[in-house]
Each structure stands twice: as C-alpha cells, then as structure tokens.
Design a protein around this ligand. Structure first.
Ligand SMILES: [Ca+2]
Length: 500
C-alpha cells in the first residue's frame, strides 16, 4: 500500500517539493524552448503517439475483443486506418531510428535494441551482426528538420536510441521528458525506479522524480504531453510532439480498478485473455483521448495531424504473474523478434483534418520509415530527405487511401536472436503478395503467398523454386546495396551446450 508508508511531515515535504518544481523549476526549464523560436505561419502541428510492443490486433478497431479502445476507434473513424502497416524492425530501437531518420535499420547498422547491441549472445550457432547502440550524430533526424523549420520539438516518454551523449536533446528535441537509454521502466508506478527486472542494473525514468504514490506512468507521461501542448499553444508555435509511451511493453502492470473490470469481462473463447494487458491498453487509449480533448480545448485540433502506431508486433512471452502470454497476434503468425507478420505488422492510424477522408481504410503496404518523408512533407520541408530514400512520402495516400504506391518491395533485416522460439537471424522480402524470409543459421528460405495464406502457414519454397530463387536474389542484392551487416559462424558453438 503505497499511500500508507509516508508520515505527515514527509508527505508535506513531498508536496512542497512538487509544488516548487511545478510552479518554478519546470516552467523555467521549458520556457526557453518555447519562447525563443520564431512563429511559422499555419504549419500543421504534428502529434505522433507511438505505443511500445502493441500488437497488430490489440485495438478494438483492429478486431481486439477483450480490449476496449473507444478513443483510438474514434480516431480511426475520423481518419485513415491502415490495414497493412509494417514496422521496419521487429524490435524497439531500430524501428525508432528508422522512423526518425528515414533510413532502413540495415543501412544505419542499427538493427537491434540498444542493450542487445552491447551484450550479444555468445552461445548461439551464429555470432549476431554488429549493431550500433547509439544513433549517430551524423544522422539528421526528423526532429532536427522540424526544429530548423520553426517547430517546437518535444519527446515525452521512451527514447531508447543511445546513451547520455546521444540523448533526445542532441538529436533535435527542444524538450525531453522521460527519454533515456533504457527500453523499459522498472515499474509503471511512481517512482518508476529500481533494479532486478531487466538484469542487475538500476533504472529510472528521468524528469519524473517529483511524482506521487500510486501515480501511473502512462497517465503521468500524458500529463507531461498536455503541458507541452498548452505551452506551445500559448507561444503560438507549431509543434512536433513525439509521445512515445512505454505501454504496453513489459513489465505488465496496470491500475487495479481497470484490471478488475477486465477480469470481470474475460471469458473463455475470447482471443485476448490477459486482463492486466487489457488494462494497460485502456490507459494508452485514455491517453489518446486526453490528448485529443486538449487539442480541441486549445482549438488546435483542426490544424494538428495525429498519428498513432506501434514500434513492433505484440510480445508473446509469458506474463509470469498471470501465467499466460502477454498478448496474441492471431491470426498472424508469431510475434515480436521475428520477421513473420506477428512481429512486423502494427496498427497505424492517421487523422489530418481537412485532408484525410473520414472512416477510410488503406490496404496499401506501408512501413513506418515512410513517416519521416510523410511528416517532412506535411510540415512543408521537401528538402528533408535522404539519398537514396528508404521510404515514401505517404501524403498522396492520406488524401486518397485507395490509390496505389509505386513501390513494389519491402525489405526487413534482423540478423539477431530474440528470446522467442522461432527467432533466429534472418532477412525477408515482400514483393506484391509474395513473401520470402531467409534464415541465416541454415540458409533456408520459406515462401508464402500472402493473398491466400495471410497467416504464413504454407511454405511454398519447394513447390515454386523459381519464385524462391528470384526473391532470394532480390533480397541479397538489396542487402548488398544498403551495406547490411551479417552474422558470422560461432566457432565456439556446441549444440549440446544449449538447453532446449
Ligand atoms: Ca517495442
């Protein structure tokens, strides 16, 4: 019971500290970022809300049954819901790097999450490819482009793109609240710090030291995001708010009342069964509702583009406290850490008032790397590009969701392991309705016809060898073109050393 452990004097002191911080220190910290920039007339504000590990079917508007997401469902009804959106990577950091730079993780040589890059496994058949743990400063991020274009740029929440020398402030963000090198909080309840859950290191969420007992991280990050919106509104400055929630990444923790509600609702036969995870998703949805309401209250809603997405597919590991999987990506195959659709397909909803039609669905395959080019175009920064580009400006698709893109192939490269049974180092290519993963441990390929087999269950590589050879060559040519780093044989590997 967190509320009973403080004695009155301590509680009073905490209140004074909080008041001092909120009334004096916090405004002083934020003011320079808000006050020094010139106004840029009529540039649309951009709110990018990124969930962490939210699966492709975890929202009501994507078919979730136990979960309740009325605010996100409404956002989808008011905008465009993408039904074939892909993360550029099946894990956290590479997706975030690609989104912010417009470059494929393979081209960036940033292909695994930061902690994983620093501590690769040594007992597997392959030595994973080398990967950067920090996003290099030689890259120009979307935030830097928008900053140059007169935007206030704010990250609230998860960063996971490098150490203190590579913090958000060094990559174009005027404001950073909560962004740090770690990929997950030790706890979702204040003070959000401790050790043990992610190995023997002490973790904390910076800038949230002055909290209160019982405070929930998703709610607190939303409070901070609303403060950014308020101050940007007062400064009449266009803003880019990157609200990168930790939810619903592990640890699976939610507010007790919400958990109780979903436990009552849970019944056999539902696709989703984890009430705590459902409660985490509810808090995420509440956050979206509060952000949309604040935009409306501040009369910013008509000139603000709102995007919601997830950084990779749903995590299928066991939630030990619930003795059940965290979530399910069914009917998609597998989950986070693999190149099957369960690892790569994500929700993507975009509302751009006056531009996106309402209630539209877009079935065109897109990848979150496209958001770099798309948002640069939205902000009127056509120079913000990379050569050669690894993504497309989707603004034509936002205007006409039934149009087709000229792109015919999507590539994925994850030369690493993940603690999932079917995760080994691999690449994959999708061309039209065909998809071919190539597994580096044994050079094996699989071939799927996504039109007839959306769940990727029937491997046609032996039946259609010519198709497999052609796609494999295309995948290999692409890897060469981007300088993709590859795993290598592990001479010290002995299968008998590994327990199944
Ligand atoms: Ca993630």
């Amino acid at each position: 019971m967190r509320t009973n452990i403080q004695h009155p004097p301590q509680r009073f002191r905490a209140w004074v500290d909080t008041a001092w911080f909120v009334l004096v220190l916090l405004p002083a910290t934020l003011l320079p970022a808000f006050a020094q920039r010139p106004e840029a007339a009529q540039s649309p504000n951009i709110v990018l809300i990124l969930a962490d590990d939210l699966g492709a079917h975890d929202l009501g508007c994507y078919g979730a049954d136990l979960h309740e997401t009325p605010n996100l469902d409404r956002l989808a009804r008011d905008g465009v819901r993408f039904t074939q959106a892909y993360a550029p990577s099946p894990v956290c950091s590479p997706t975030r790097a690609a989104l912010l730079t417009g470059k494929h993780p393979a081209r960036l040589h940033l292909t695994i999450w930061s902690e994983g890059a620093l501590n690769p496994p040594k007992d597997r058949k392959l030595r994973p490819a080398a990967s950067l743990a920090n996003l290099p400063h030689t890259e120009t991020t979307l935030a830097e482009h928008l900053q140059t274009g007169g935007y206030l740029t704010a990250l609230v929440g998860k960063w996971h793109l490098g150490d203190a020398d590579h913090a958000p402030e060094t990559h174009g963000f005027d404001v950073n609240i909560g962004g740090t090198r770690w990929g997950a909080p030790q706890a979702y309840f204040w003070p959000y710090r401790g050790m043990g859950r992610f190995g023997g290191e002490f973790r904390y969420v910076p800038h949230l030291e002055f909290g209160r007992p019982g405070e929930y991280l998703t709610d607190r990050l939303t409070d901070e995001a609303l403060r950014v919106i308020d101050r940007a509104a007062e400064a009449k400055q266009p803003f880019f708010l990157y609200l990168a929630h930790h939810a619903p990444h592990t640890p699976i923790e939610a507010k007790p009342d919400d958990i109780a509600d979903f436990e009552k609702k849970r019944r056999p036969g539902l696709n989703h069964q984890n009430a705590v995870y459902a409660a985490m998703v509810k808090s995420l949805d509440d956050s979206v509702g509060r952000v949309l309401a604040r935009l409306k209250k501040r009369r910013l809603d008509r000139n603000t583009l709102v995007i919601f997405a997830s950084d990779n597919g749903g995590y299928l590991g066991t939630d030990k406290r619930q003795s059940m999987p965290v979530t399910t990506n069914a009917p998609l195959r597998s989950g986070k850490g693999t190149l099957y659709k369960g690892g790569l397909r994500v929700p993507l909803i975009v509302k751009w008032p006056g531009v996106t039609p309402t209630g539209a669905e877009c079935g065109e395959p897109v990848v979150l790397t496209d958001l770099f080019y798309t948002l640069a175009a939205v902000a009127g920064l056509p120079h913000a590009t990379n050569s050669p580009p690894d993504g497309l400006d989707l603004t034509p698709l936002l205007r006409k969701p039934d149009m087709r893109l000229t792109r015919d192939a999507l590539f994925f490269h994850y030369p690493h392991y993940y603690h999932a049974p079917d995760s080994t180092p691999a690449s994959a290519v999708r061309v039209g309705d065909w998809k071919l993963p190539e597994f580096f441990e044994d050079q094996r390929v699989e071939l799927f016809d996504l039109k007839d087999d959306p769940g990727e269950r029937r491997d046609l590589a032996d039946q259609l060898p010519d198709n497999a050879v052609e796609l494999r060559q295309r995948l290999r040519d692409w890897r060469t073109s981007v300088g993709a780093q590859m795993p290598s044989p592990n001479p010290s590997f002995r299968a008998s050393d590994r327990t199944p």
